[in-house]
Write a protein that binds this ligand. Structure first.
Ligand code: NCD
Length: 329
């Protein structure tokens, strides 16, 4: 949400009705994990817990009755898009789905700012996925309504990182003291860019395991506090026995400029029941999904496979975020 939009002059886009004045996240954008402190995370996880209880007890309730979400996706999505839809509907609100931008005015050449200005006439909050890094921040400069970044190119995916952290906490009971290993495409994978930044608020160690050409960007490693142990590897075997959280990612084929580069690294690491024999008994394996072969389906019934549970945690975190930015939490 922009504070500088001249269109806002004289009108407050977020009228302070009752308890909304006390809601610290009311009207805020969610663009990057850099905006969160550790106490913010505790707050979000507390709300997500309440959402989980309510969904278990009553399924759907009217916290956001009458509110409308515009779900604007310029890139493919199954989980992020449908979990935001489910989150809004479980809270009693409704959704304008724009998953196929080629059938919208975007196909006629409409700019992102104009599309955003249009949707905010009809919706109270906009969830945006876009192939360009920085697009969510750009959209927020034009919008009077809150923008939630659902992935901006290879930049960030803050709501995924929040649900990833919530998953770790729910599954292992704590985040402090853990050894987290990120495996796969750490260069183009936006989920690991956001997650590494969020983890730096805790006392954890991170091992990055990737092919040489898919290393975690140096700017991100350098940006994180020196007090956090970070180590890079190209082989997985030495790291697995130490790991508490194994975060596997897909090689992001669509982000490669040279197909031969993709072919040279695809299938570099494959998690199977056999490889996981060297892993701890009390550890978890996560993946933002979709997977395209990097975790064998034979591993799915292992209790350490947390990637399907991770999707469910995402619903509660996204319900919490929608309630917060709409002034109801
Ligand atoms: C991820 C994404 O879109 O960045 N998916 C997701 O949101 N769960 C990961 C991916 O596409 O590999």
């Amino acid at each position: 949400m922009s504070n500088f939009n001249p269109a806002n002059r004289g009108i407050s886009p977020h009228l302070p009705f009752g308890d909304q004045r006390a809601a610290p996240w009311y009207g805020k954008d969610i663009l990057s994990v850099k905006q969160f402190s550790r106490s913010d995370l505790e707050y979000i996880f507390g709300v997500a817990h309440e959402m989980r209880e309510m969904v278990t007890r009553v399924g759907t309730f009217d916290l956001l009755k009458g509110k409308i979400l515009a779900n604007l996706f310029y890139e493919p999505s199954t989980r992020t898009s449908s979990s935001f839809t489910s989150a809004m509907e479980r809270l009693g609100g409704s959704v304008i789905p724009i998953n196929e931008v080629r059938y919208s005015s975007v196909a006629k050449g409409e700019s992102l700012p104009d599309t955003i200005r249009t949707l905010e006439c009809y919706a109270d909050v906009i969830v945006l996925r876009h192939p360009e890094t920085g697009s969510a921040a750009q959209a927020a400069q034009y919008a009077r309504k809150p923008i939630i970044n659902a992935g901006d190119g290879i930049g960030e995916h803050p709501t995924q990182a929040l649900l990833d952290l919530f998953t770790i906490r729910e599954e292992l009971g704590t985040i402090d003291g853990l050894i987290v290993t990120m495996l796969g495409d750490l260069k183009y994978g936006r989920t690991v860019h956001s997650l590494a930044r969020l983890l730096s608020l805790y006392s954890v160690s991170i091992h990055y395991v990737s092919p040489e050409i898919l290393r975690m960007p140096k700017e991100i490693i350098d940006e994180l506090p020196r007090t956090m142990a970070q180590a890079e590897h190209t082989t997985f075997d030495p790291v697995l026995p130490l790991t508490d959280v194994l975060y596997v990612t897909r090689v992001q084929k669509e982000r490669f400029t040279d197909e031969a580069d993709y072919e040279s690294v695809k299938g570099s690491y494959i998690i199977t029941p056999e490889t996981m024999k060297a892993g701890k008994e009390h550890m978890i394996v996560m993946h933002p999904l979709p997977r395209v072969g990097e975790i064998s389906i034979d591993f799915d019934n292992d209790p350490r496979a947390a990637y399907f549970r991770q999707m469910e945690y995402g619903l509660y975190v996204r319900m919490a975020l929608l309630a917060m930015v709409l002034g109801k939490a």
